[in-house]
Design a protein around this ligand. Structure first.
Ligand SMILES: Nc1ncnc2c1ncn2[C@@H]1O[C@H](COP(=O)(O)OP(=O)(O)O)[C@@H](O)[C@H]1O
Ligand SMILES: [Mg+2]
Length: 350
C-alpha cells in the first residue's frame, strides 16, 4: 500500500438541487451546490476541506458516501464507479467508507444502548462472530478513549457531547473502514473537548492507517489535522495545497494564495491582549467590506465565482473560468492572477 495511491477520485462532479421558489409558490429554481469539482483523495492522508457555510462541503460528503448521486461527473472509489455499485459490491463499499457526523446528539439512536449501536455494523458486515461481539464493542470503546466498565450498557443521553462523539467515532471505525468522511466532527463541541477529539482522530488515523476527508469551516483546526487542504467557494474548488503552504502558521511569509483563501485566512481572529480585555478577537480584515453581494449574482457567472467579491478582479475574471495552475509541487490555484506557465495542468484535476 503506497501513500501516493489514489483511493477516491472525484471527477467533474456537479450537483443541482431543484427547490421551490417560495413557501406558497409552485415555481421552482435550481441551486448549484457543486460545480465541476475534481479532487483526488490519497490513501492514508487527511485531506482537509474548508469553505464558508453553504459552499457545498456536506453535499460533496454525501456524494462520496453514495447517499446521493451527482447530477454530472463521476466518483470512483478504489477503481470502482459508485454509480455502478449494487448488491454485494454496494455492501462492501458501505463497509469500507464510513462517516462521522457533526452533531453527536442527533447521530446516535436514543432508544438503543451503546452496545446495540456499535454492534449493529459489526453484525451487518459479519466483522466478528456473535460470541465475540461484546468483547469487540468494548475494544472499540477503549480505542476511542472510553474506559469505564459497563459503559456499553448505557444510553446516549447519559453521555456528554465529547463522549458521544467518541462513541460515533468507535461506531465509524467498527467496520475497519479505509475512508472515513468527517463532516464538521468537532463543531458542536466545547473548545477544550474539541482538542481531545482532534488528538483522538490523529492517533487513530496513524495507528489504523485510515484515509480521512476532514470537513470544517474552522481553519486552524483544518491546518492542525490535515496533510493537504482544499478550499471550496460556491461549489467549486479554488485552491488545493500541502498543509505547509496553507499558511496560518506562515502568516506574514510570502506564500501566494487564491484571493478567497487569503480572505479566509485574514478573517481568522488573532488574539491580542487588547482584544482579550475587550472580549473580542481582532481580525486583520474588515469582514463587511468590500464583499457585499446579492446571492443571485453568484450563480450565473460565466467567469470566476469569486469575481464579485475579489479585490483584484479584472474583466477576464468576469468572462472566463480560471484554469488550474500548479504554482509549486502539489499547490494548485484556480485564479487568473496566476499566469499559466508550462506547469499548467490544463484540466481541473487536482
Ligand atoms: N437537499 C437539498 N435540497 C436543496 N438544496 C440543498 C440541499 N442540500 C444542500 N442544498 C444547498 O446546497 C448548497 C450547499 O449546501 P451544503 O453542502 O450543506 O453546504 P456546507 O456543508 O458547505 O455548509 C446550499 O446552498 C444549500 O442550501
Ligand atoms: Mg455542512
Amino acid at each position: 500500500m503506497h501513500k501516493d495511491e489514489i483511493i477516491c477520485t472525484i471527477q467533474g462532479v456537479s450537483k443541482l438541487y431543484r427547490v421551490k421558489k417560495g413557501f406558497f409558490s409552485a415555481k421552482t429554481m435550481e441551486i448549484q451546490a457543486l460545480d465541476n469539482v475534481s479532487l483526488k483523495v490519497r490513501r492514508q492522508e487527511i485531506l482537509g476541506l474548508v469553505g464558508e457555510s453553504g459552499c457545498g462541503k456536506s453535499t460533496l460528503a454525501r456524494l462520496i458516501l453514495g447517499l446521493e448521486k451527482p447530477s454530472a461527473g463521476k466518483i470512483n472509489f478504489e477503481g470502482i464507479d459508485l454509480s455502478a455499485l449494487k448488491g454485494d459490491h454496494l455492501k462492501r463499499f458501505r463497509k469500507k467508507v464510513q462517516m462521522v457526523f457533526q452533531d453527536p446528539f442527533s447521530s446516535l439512536n436514543p432508544k438503543k444502548t451503546i452496545f446495540q449501536i456499535i454492534s449493529q455494523p459489526l453484525r451487518i458486515h459479519g466483522i466478528c462472530p456473535r460470541s465475540e461481539l461484546r468483547r469487540e464493542v468494548r475494544r472499540l470503546l477503549e480505542m476511542a478513549g472510553l474506559h469505564n466498565p459497563g459503559i456499553e450498557n448505557r444510553y446516549p443521553h447519559e453521555f456528554s457531547g465529547g463522549q458521544r462523539q467518541r462513541i460515533g467515532i468507535a461506531r465509524a471505525l467498527a467496520t475497519r473502514p479505509d475512508l472515513v468522511v468527517m463532516d464538521e466532527p468537532t463543531s458542536a463541541l466545547d473548545v477544550s473537548i474539541q482538542a481531545q477529539i482532534i488528538n483522538l482522530i490523529l492517533d487513530l488515523q496513524e495507528s489504523r492507517n485510515i484515509t480521512c476527508l476532514f470537513i470544517s469551516h474552522d481553519l486552524p483546526i483544518v491546518e492542525f489535522v490535515s496533510h493537504r487542504v482544499a478550499v471550496m467557494y460556491k461549489g467549486a474548488i479554488v485552491e488545493i495545497m500541502p498543509k505547509e503552504r496553507f499558511g496560518l502558521v506562515q502568516k506574514g511569509l510570502d506564500t501566494p494564495h487564491h484571493p478567497y483563501t487569503d480572505f479566509l485566512m485574514k478573517s481568522v481572529p488573532v488574539p491580542t491582549p487588547e482584544a482579550s480585555m475587550c472580549g473580542t478577537g481582532q481580525t486583520d480584515h474588515d469582514l463587511e467590506e468590500p464583499f457585499e453581494v446579492k446571492s443571485s449574482r453568484w450563480d450565473n457567472l460565466s467567469g470566476c465565482k469569486f469575481y464579485p467579491r475579489c479585490p483584484h478582479a479584472t474583466q477576464k475574471c468576469k468572462d472566463e473560468k480560471p484554469l488550474p495552475v500548479e504554482i509549486s509541487q502539489g499547490h494548485t490555484i484556480f485564479c487568473h492572477l496566476f499566469t499559466p506557465s508550462d506547469k499548467e495542468l490544463g484540466t481541473n484535476e487536482v
